[in-house]
Design a protein around this ligand. Structure first.
Ligand code: SF4
Length: 868
């Protein structure tokens, strides 16, 4: 029996502990780590399904140049000489790295050291720019350092938790579970959700403030002046530890609350609750950060905590939650282009200090380009060599078609990736196979500054290597072998820790110098720990901010209109974000069958008013157009949005949906300070595409689809599922699609009723297809059970071809036990009136809990229907 390995989940910034037990056949059983302080035995649906993402299918296993397999020697020599020649001809600022919050800290450290210390440029940016750069900038303005003051346990012990721009239930589900449990144990706790959408997180809210998109500064300015008027300022804290209150209050007092689009009574309630509650945590995420006014939003909410002195003590403080598993590790090593290393910036003393510590051959002396401008420079030809590591900017950056064009036109593009089939790998010349989660060794830092080990539990496949090794080998070829002569990740971690303490003496928050002397065994067995002190330590409870005068700064925030606001021809505001069971560009979660069931297609969500004004109905196919590009998505009509709003998930790429890659249409405007893109505010118009047919295909072997207006591909258990629609005549489409299906899945073709046809060979369904004039939302769920059968009985064959049960209607609700909406609705119809009763009859919601909000919504709507 292979021993279990304690490691860390590679998805969101909660950083849950995971126990992986290899099965000896390339897979592993995954369980929650009961001893990890972030999750204490909990996992969400994504974490629980990690075992389904480990296959080597779709992996990049060998180096390639221009599509041809090459040796590591040739690949590394090519990368090194490409960088050397580019720098010789065009200078250091003609090269760039674009890295990722998926990298482990040791990988991040190595890439940052090479480019800033030895290539002479700070043109390294991380995809965390898209996630939390506004928080970093806001923290620095307020605190003088990028410090997250609090701990997860603070929002369990708070009496008021304000969630701003955070769909915690879907994006950080284990923290949501912790909050939900704390609220259950202490019903007096109040929860306010500030979000233009009514998300699943609102399910536990006492007050939902569905403010106008982008009006967060208005709301928090109004809160600041309201708190001052109610006399709840902590004068002692303000006088001893802050400066700038008068200017901030003066700006706040000029703010018109009407601009939030909220009822005045709700605003008053919010101010009253905040004013009279000592223990307040304001937890915020991408809804705040991803904005052209993101930094001001962060400072507007921090101002309210500084005014009341509610920071740095148990149960209170502003709390930024990162999206990625190691966004914080990236901040610690300095992998944002405007930071240097170890929470140091580009001041002269810091540059000299880091250069001395690294014995840098060619030190960067100024900040580099931020993500959006970096790819603009690639497109304009100013950057001629770019190396992308562990990220997929062709799918995830705004104005994504321009990014693809930039990479295709770049003289020298390199990608280090674990996955072969991504939109970015397709666009790059040199492809370097990197290790994936199960094989990597190192550390990550979660949103509460908690450092955990990520340990390998599967052997490296093919010729794949860990990123730090790849970067170090290139450094060696560039003549810097001595500075990169590490034997392994423990050496790198010790160096990183030593740099954090180097000439620090309490002037910088990030100091893990105690780890600089860990021996290899101690590093290997390192237990999760939160940097910045012992278990109860928080920053700033007694002041001690990191500006030179040790005072925090209030920032006067004034309301600014979003860059590229709505226009007459594009009156809707598109917001993008995540869905419960997918992660980023689906390269891993897309491999899991049970995760595929929850949201199988890329959707565009619209309010019923906006949908009917455009003649759109549920299930239609619509084109979303902006000034930058377009997407084609399935329409979902929902009252969870404000009138004038639209929402699309950011996960779908060209690999899994022809035109579902919504970032092609997204606004590339950025915050002027943080450079974080405006991913939640794109003016769009949406129009119905007249589809003459809709289809569903389940096939054991992949089908080469004919040209069609819309398709999305998802994973089934032993089959591929395609959801398609087109504008050709129905009969023509049926012929073309059945021919494509039968080419890939040969065998006798049986024609059924209602536009159904199937290939059944030796009694087994090889493929089944339904292509008809109307959208059949339940077709995939109806056919799926037949794909699980080895041999059909006569009755089953009749049911396949002529109609069957609809118990699976509505997709998978509970990913852990594969329970559909239809099954939960049936349980409600049979008399189940609570979560517990539904759990007892269907098991739904009894494991990870990620689906409980949706079960509650079904219960609520059943009650409404009854009452009506
Ligand atoms: Fe992973 Fe879910 Fe935990 Fe996030 S909440 S770290 S996705 S298990």
């Amino acid at each position: 029996m292979t021993p279990a390995v304690r490691t860390t989940c590679p998805y969101c910034g909660v950083g849950c502990g995971v126990v992986a037990t290899p099965d000896g056949k390339g897979g592993a059983a995954i369980a929650a780590d009961h001893d990890h302080p972030a999750n204490r035995g909990r996992l969400c649906s994504k974490g629980a399904a990690l075992g389904e993402t480990l296959s080597l299918e779709d992996r990049l296993l060998h180096p390639e140049i221009d599509g041809q397999r090459v040796s590591w020697e040739i690949a590394l020599d090519t990368v090194a000489s490409g960088f050397r020649q580019t720098i010789e001809r065009h200078g250091p600022d003609a090269v760039a790295f674009y890295v990722s919050g998926q990298l482990l800290t040791e990988d991040y450290y190595t890439a940052n050291k090479l480019i800033k210390g030895f290539l002479g440029t700070a043109n390294i940016d991380t995809n965390s720019r898209l996630c939390m750069a506004s928080s970093v900038a806001g923290h620095k303005r307020a605190f003088g350092s990028d410090t997250v003051p609090g701990r997860y346990e603070d929002f369990e012990s708070a009496d008021l938790v304000v969630l701003v721009g955070s769909n915690l239930a879907w994006c950080h589900p284990v923290l949501f579970q912790r909050l939900e449990a704390a609220r259950h144990a202490r019903p007096s706790m109040k929860i306010v959700v500030v979000d233009p959408r009514r998300t699943e997180t609102c399910d536990i809210a006492d007050l939902h403030l569905a403010l106008k998109p982008g009006s967060d500064v208005t709301l928090f300015n109004v809160l600041l002046s309201g708190l001052a008027e109610r006399g709840v300022a902590d004068r002692s804290f303000v006088d001893r530890h802050t400066s700038g209150l008068d200017e901030a209050l003066a700006a706040a007092r000029t703010t018109d609350p009407a601009a939030c689009g909220l009822r005045q009574a709700d605003i008053e309630t919010f101010i009253d609750w905040f004013a009279r509650t000592e223990k307040v945590v304001t937890l915020y995420s991408q809804g705040v950060n991803q904005s052209s006014a993101g930094v001001d939003k962060v400072n507007a909410l921090i101002n309210c905590h500084l005014l009341t002195g509610r920071i740095g003590r148990p149960g209170m403080g502003p709390f930024s939650i990162t999206g990625q598993p190691n966004a914080m590790g990236g901040r610690e090593v300095g992998a944002l282009s405007n930071t240097l290393a170890a929470h140091m910036d580009f001041g002269a003393a810091a540059i000299e200090r880091v250069a001395r510590f690294w014995r840098a051959a060619r030190m960067a002396t100024k900040p580099g380009l931020k993500a959006v401008e970096l790819f603009e420079a690639v497109r304009a030809g100013r950057i001629k060599a770019v190396w992308i590591m562990a990220t997929n900017p062709v799918a995830s950056l705004p104005d994504a078609d321009a990014v693809r064009e930039a990479l295709r036109g770049c003289e020298f593009s390199i990608v280090s990736e674990a996955i072969r089939a991504t939109d970015t790998v397709d666009a790059c010349r040199v492809r370097l196979p990197a290790l994936a989660w199960a094989e990597k060794d190192g550390t990550v830092t979660n949103s509460e500054r908690g450092i955990s080990r990520q340990r390998p539990f599967l052997p490296p496949p093919g010729e794949a290597k860990q990123d730090w090794w790849i970067v170090s080998e290139v450094a060696r070829r560039l003549g810097h072998g001595e500075a990169f002569a590490w034997r392994g990740v423990a050496d790198i971690f010790r160096e990183h820790a030593a740099l954090s303490a180097f000439e620090n003496e309490g002037t910088r928050d990030f100091d893990i110098g105690a780890c600089a002397t860990l021996d290899d065994a101690a590093y290997e067995s390192l237990q999760p720990f939160v940097w910045g002190g012992g278990p109860d330590r928080r920053f700033f409870g007694e002041g001690g901010f990191f500006h030179a005068d040790r005072r925090a700064r209030f920032i006067a925030t004034t309301v600014r209109a979003p860059v590229n606001g709505p226009e007459e021809s594009r009156p809707l505001i598109l917001n993008t974000g995540r869905v419960r069971d997918q992660w980023h560009t689906m390269t891993r979660t897309g491999k899991s069958v049970r995760l595929a069931g929850h949201r199988p297609e890329p959707t565009i969500e619209l309010h019923p008013h906006d949908a009917s004004a455009r003649g759109l109905a549920e299930g239609d196919i619509a084109e979303v157009t902006s000034a930058w590009g377009r997407g084609v998505l399935r329409v979902h009509v929902t009252e969870s949005l404000r009138v004038g709003g639209a929402f699309a998930p950011m996960h779908w790429t060209a690999q899994v949906s022809r035109a579902g890659r919504i970032n092609a249409a997204v606004n590339p405007a950025v915050d002027p300070i943080s450079g974080q893109p405006e991913l939640k505010h794109t003016p769009v118009e949406i129009r119905r595409l007249d589809m003459r047919w809709h289809g569903t295909i389940l096939a054991r072997r992949a089908v080469m689809l004919p040209e069609t207006s819309y398709w999305a591909r998802i994973r089934g258990a032993g089959y591929h599922a395609y959801l398609v629609a087109g504008d050709q005549p129905l009969a023509l489409a049926q012929r073309a699609l059945s021919a494509a299906v039968r080419t890939a899945n040969p065998g006798p073709w049986l024609a059924g009723e209602k536009d159904v046809g199937a290939v059944v060979s030796d009694g087994r369904v090889e493929a089944v297809m339904m292509v008809g004039p109307t959208y059949q939302a339940d077709a995939r769920d109806r056919f799926a059970p037949f794909m699980a059968l080895d041999r059909l009985t006569t009755e089953q064959r009749d049911a396949l071809l002529h109609g069957g049960t609809d118990m699976h209607r509505g997709g998978e609700l509970c990913a852990c036990f594969g329970v559909s909406c239809g099954a939960v609705e049936a349980a409600i119809a049979d008399g189940a009136t609570s979560l517990a009763a539904i759990g007892a009859t269907t098991q739904a919601g009894t494991n990870c809990g990620s689906c409980r909000s949706e079960i509650r919504a079904l219960l609520r709507s059943a009650r409404l229907v009854k009452a009506a």
